[in-house]
Design a protein around this ligand. Structure first.
Ligand SMILES: Cc1cc2nc3c(=O)[nH]c(=O)nc-3n(C[C@H](O)[C@H](O)[C@H](O)COP(=O)(O)OP(=O)(O)OC[C@H]3O[C@@H](n4cnc5c(N)ncnc54)[C@H](O)[C@@H]3O)c2cc1C
Length: 550
């Protein structure tokens, strides 16, 4: 990273920006990057870690959204298919093709012809430039493909492609790219009130969550990309601002792949209310979800309840009748909040039917708020938002963009020059006798994997695995604290890696060692190290609340 957090904060106190972005989820990070590339001075802050909110708690799919075809939302599907392709090209180390099997059962309301027409339409909306076009398989071939399905009920199956990602690392990559492109970005900076120049919004008063220090960030335009906290940020500006968001909660469970083995990602339907969910293979694990229910509770700590978990298990067991999944199979759970734009009809509309389209609102003082949208479409949402910012800067301040939007065909930072980087990482990892599982995590770091391995070169003790079964080495902890803005044990175990989701003990056994290595870089006292580990235990306890709370 070019500049330290302290230097960035010093800059924020004095600089005065064209645009300040509140929120470092995928939406805010993409807006900061786009604004910086157009030549605007830009700051972006998050009160927590990058992707702490919904952007690390999604289904981790980069998808066209096949289910929106049923709602005739062709515009959203077209846009998402286009962005899926761009992400495959611009972030190939973080976005990878994911085949889906779509089973068709005897007696389904949509028969083979309807499903095949839908899959054809899905290919068309991707302009036939998806990873592969769809294919149809009749009963025997469908059962060969997914032998866990109910052979007596199955008639045929379609196979189509979307993509999967690591949502937290993708968001971090956008934030690091924004910094590289000129934005000043700092995590753990909370906006606590707004600054005014007469009636006009002129920036924000913020608190450094790590040091407690408060200061002002002046800015001509302020963008609210605070996701589920969007209404709370609007209220800092206008206490009587009308509510713009409808929040729905989505929970997932992670189980060992062997317990819900599917070849491809597989739709599952709840026998309770016919809602569609998915089993998505992720290496040695299967991610299953998501629920969709209105939410009015603590924004910082949503968790999967017993009811959520049982609903997901019931649907998986219904579609894969021989697996008999139960609570004891669950490795981890998590919940995220969809910051959906308020719809006519409010909560009389079923949560899963609320449109995922984004909307941009302008407050009386000029605050621009973005609501709705998807991980997949964050780049194009950012483009639309920065178009509005540019218009405002030109009209009100006579500040002109130096360039039009640059993000569409531009790779993010650290894209490996395939296959060159991969070969170099493999050669270095081979010398160190690493198993292939270590390579998976290193490849996600793109060209930075070479920097991680350079740390091992300088200090061979950093080449040790964190634990015999956890596929990460100690150098990755050090690198996260030095170069990836990780500031807590949570940051490393939940968002720089997926240890929290996939390790049998959710990383509790390595938390002390992670604290020791991070503390060495960040200057933690022994007490701070202990506090960090205790805080991580609370995060894990939240993931396990389903076992005790309803
Ligand atoms: C269960 C679920 C599954 C999903 N699956 C998919 C999927 O598979 N594919 C897909 O494309 N989309 C998916 N989505 C949608 C996608 O995840 C979201 O649209 C996206 O992550 C929203 O990002 P965001 O940046 O708007 O919000 P967030 O990621 O929540 O970011 C908002 C940030 O604002 C910060 N903040 C709040 N208040 C302040 C303040 N006062 N000062 C400073 N910072 C503040 C928060 O800390 C937070 O980090 C899913 C969503 C859910 C809930």
């Amino acid at each position: 990273m070019s500049r330290s957090r302290e230097e960035t904060i010093k800059e924020m106190k004095t600089k005065g920006y064209d645009v300040l972005v509140i929120g470092g989820g995928v939406t805010g990070a993409c807006i900061a990057r786009d604004a910086a590339l157009r030549g605007f001075t830009c700051a972006c802050v998050d009160k927590n870690d990058w992707a702490f909110g919904t952007s690390s708690r999604s289904s981790k799919m980069i998808h066209g959204g096949i289910r929106y075809l049923e709602m005739f939302d062709f515009k959203l599907v077209f846009e998402a298919c286009r962005e899926r392709r761009q992400l495959l090209l611009n972030a190939p180390h973080l976005v990878y093709p994911q085949p889906f099997t779509f089973p068709i059962y005897k007696g389904d309301k949509n028969g083979i012809f309807m499903i095949e027409s839908g899959l054809l339409l899905y290919d068309m909306l991707a302009l036939f430039r998806n990873v592969q076009n769809h294919r149809m398989y009749m009963h025997d071939r469908a059962m060969e493909l997914e032998d866990g399905l109910d052979s007596d009920r199955i008639k045929a199956a379609g196979v189509f492609y979307d993509c999967s990602t690591d949502d937290a690392r993708l968001t971090l990559a956008f934030a690091l790219t924004a910094i590289h492109d000129g934005a000043d970005c700092a995590n753990y900076i909370e906006v606590v009130s707004v600054l005014r120049d007469g009636d006009r919004l002129a920036g924000a008063h913020v608190r450094d969550v790590l040091s407690g220090e408060e200061f002002d960030i002046e800015s001509r335009v302020v963008v609210n990309a605070a996701g589920a906290w969007g209404d709370a940020v609007c209220e800092l500006d206008e206490p009587d601002a009308p509510q713009k968001l409808q929040l729905t909660k989505g929970s997932h469970i992670m189980v060992p792949r062997g317990r819900a083995r599917t070849k491809n990602a597989l739709p599952i339907v709840s026998p309770t209310d016919d809602r569609l969910m998915f089993v998505i293979p992720r290496g040695h694990f299967s991610l299953i979800g998501t629920t969709d229910t209105y939410y009015h509770e603590d924004l910082d700590n949503p968790f999967a309840t017993r009811e959520d978990v049982e609903y997901i298990l019931e649907a998986a067991n219904h579609i894969l009748p021989r697996i008999n999944l139960d609570l004891s199979d669950i490795v981890s759970t998590y919940s995220g909040l969809r910051p959906l734009a308020m719809q006519e009809g409010g909560e009389d509309v079923a949560a899963s039917k609320v449109s995922r389209e984004h909307r941009i609102y302008q407050g009386r003082s000029g605050l621009l708020t973005i609501a709705g949208g998807k991980l997949t479409t964050a780049r194009s949402m950012a483009e639309e938002m920065v178009d509005m910012v540019a218009m405002k800067l030109l009209k009100q301040f006579h500040v002109k963009a130096k360039r039009p939007c640059q993000t569409k065909n531009r790779p993010i930072l650290h894209v490996p020059e395939l296959p060159d980087t991969e070969a170099r990482v493999r050669a270095l990892a081979g010398k160190l006798k690493y198993d292939d599982d270590i390579l998976v995590g290193l490849f996600k770091q793109g060209t930075e994997a070479l920097e991680v391995l350079a740390l091992v070169d300088a200090d061979p003790s950093l080449g040790e695995r964190l634990d015999p079964v956890i596929p990460h080495i100690k150098a990755q902890v050090r690198f996260a604290a030095e170069s990836e803005m990780a500031r807590s044990v949570d940051d490393f175990l939940v968002r720089r890696t997926e240890i929290y989701y996939t390790s049998a003990d959710q990383g509790l056994g390595v938390a002390d060692e992670v604290a020791r290595i991070m503390g060495g870089v960040l200057g933690w006292s022994a007490e701070e190290g202990k506090r960090q580990v205790e805080a991580y235990k609370e995060t894990v306890a939240l993931s396990r609340r389903y076992a005790t709370a309803s």
